[in-house]
Write a protein that binds this ligand. Structure first.
Ligand code: PGA
Length: 251
């Protein structure tokens, strides 16, 4: 009942020319894939060009972050409105690299999620524990605190996607096992049910992210509460990304 959503997060990679070549290959090869929603998140400098290239395609252009103010004296920042103007229809917020290196907190992630959804743009809200937190048995408590901060004041769940990304699995080649991921995804859905009601919680997509590759994608996404993937490294190779999208097709 939930359409899987697979998004490639290119992070700080690809010039405009490289982004166009990459997305053209993805578009040409995924044109016929049905039953999966696909998105690409290029660096902000390439959003406009990639969006133009995807005008006649169902592939969504996503941004990797946004500030919560619409405009004003905020040197260097980009707002949801300005990213939407460039062509973004989804925005990732609270990625662990932003939390780790750019001091984002559960509170600021919440401000961003509210600003994005308030502009009628989809928000992909990232949550996930560090290795130390997992080893200390704190995984679910950390996720709960992240969800509480990020979802404060968020009411339009149609524009909400959660991405569970264990920090220890991002860029490390170490993937959560399907059972480990499913346990947290099921917990997230229970939290969503507490906040929005059981029926609504069944409609919210929860992506898995962290070293997703063609060899593990199908098993991860076959778990009952895993509704797609947020793919970093493997999304930089068209063949790998395409294989992951195909692995998300409902059988
Ligand atoms: P990875 O990154 O696939 O390279 O582990 C995932 C992410 O950061 O979204």
């Amino acid at each position: 009942m939930r359409t899987p959503f697979v998004v490639g997060n290119w992070k700080l990679n690809k010039t405009i020319a490289e982004a166009l070549a990459h997305v053209t290959e993805i578009k040409n090869q995924l044109g016929a894939v049905k039953g999966v929603q696909v998105g690409v998140a290029p660096p902000a400098t390439a959003i406009y060009a990639v969006g133009k290239r995807l005008e006649d395609s169902a592939i969504a252009v996503c941004a990797q972050d946004a500030y919560w103010e619409p405009n004003g004296a905020w040197t260097g920042e980009l707002s949801p409105q300005i990213l939407q103007d460039a062509g973004a229809s989804w925005i990732i917020v609270g990625h662990s690299e932003r939390r780790q290196h750019f001091n984002e907190t559960n509170e600021t992630v919440g401000k961003k999620a509210r600003a994005v959804i308030g502009c009628a743009i989809g928000a992909i809200v990232c949550v996930g524990e560090t290795l130390a937190e997992r080893d200390a048995g704190r995984t679910l408590g950390v996720i709960d605190a992240q969800l509480a901060g990020a979802l404060e004041g968020v009411t339009n769940t149609e524009l909400l996607v959660i991405a569970y990304e264990p920090v220890w699995a991002i860029g490390t080649g170490r993937t959560a096992t399907p059972a480990q991921a499913q346990e947290v995804h099921a917990h997230i859905r229970t939290q969503l049910a507490g906040r929005y009601g059981a029926e609504t919680s069944q409609k919210v997509r929860i992506q898995y992210g962290g070293s997703v590759k063609p060899s593990n994608a199908a098993e991860l996404m076959s778990q009952p509460d895993i509704d797609g993937a947020l793919v970093g490294g493997a999304s930089l190779e068209a063949a790998d990304f395409i294989a992951i999208v195909k692995a998300a097709r409902p059988s």
